[in-house]
Design a protein around this ligand. Sequence first.
Ligand code: PLP
Length: 315
Amino acid sequence: MVKTVYVASLVSSIVVNLLFMIINIYVGGEWSLSWSSKAAAEAEAVADIACSGHGRAYLDGLVGDENEPVCECNTCYTGPNCSHFIPHCTADADSGDPLFLEPFWMQHSTSSALVVSGWHRMSYNFHDNTLISQHLESLIRKLHAFVGNAVTQDRYIVFGAGSTQVLSAAAYALSLANSSSSHSPTRVVASVPYYALYKQQVEYFNSEKFKYEGDAHTWRNRSESDASTNVIEFVTSPNNPDGLLNKAVLHGPNVKTIYDRAYYWPHFTPIPAPADEDLMVFTLSKLTGHAGSRFGWARMKLCLTKWYYTCKSIP
Ligand SMILES: Cc1ncc(COP(=O)(O)O)c(C=O)c1O
């Protein structure tokens, strides 16, 4: 009897050890993570911190006394886990912070997670000696083709740190393109009501090349008769703040138009046809809601001189 028990435990021990060996070889050879596992564990742990649905903790955010990540509360909420509503708080319904898309990404946590090594793409250049990722560019073309909101075939694409930067760079580039024919600063206009940033940026950069001149409608008759002054019109379509599918008010050889297409996506507006204006600007902020990642792009029929270094040849 003792012998039978001994043999049985020996056999089961061998089987268990064999199993462990096989699992170890399989997992060790193919599936075990090394440098990313600590980072992944930290990312999941911080994402698990409960902030009552009114805030979030981040690894690169606020920390407590022990240097541990703590909740950063949304507007009108406070407390260690953001559970206290601040009475009489005024919510800002005017700025377009895209937090409403956060639940979507949480529902797609596995497919949307990213792992980035500390030595990821350290060079200025990509393999083809350009400054723009071919892969990202072709994904953008694919995305527009899939959504049907912009023509990209035979068109150039350049990137920027958010569309804010691209809009400003476009105004600068177009005012340079304009400058040989005129000595007065390029007039920058937009039709009322317009997104305040256009005016703020032009005034902030305080360039002698361009000047903010208010409502485009004011200049409608004047700009057609005054062909010596160059004009840049910002057209926001759909418009911020009223959502209208605006069209350019000013036309003529001295007028250049920058179409801000930030909201030209089907979750904001019906898309009647792919847009194909000369210069259109898009942003990740309103497409996926990743405003903090600061990524925007321009889609152009002609590569503006200022952007020669970044325009790739059209695929
Ligand atoms: C019409 C419009 N264009 C551009 C932007 C700025 O976007 P980004 O985050 O890409 O700078 C906004 C942001 O609210 C906007 O409403």
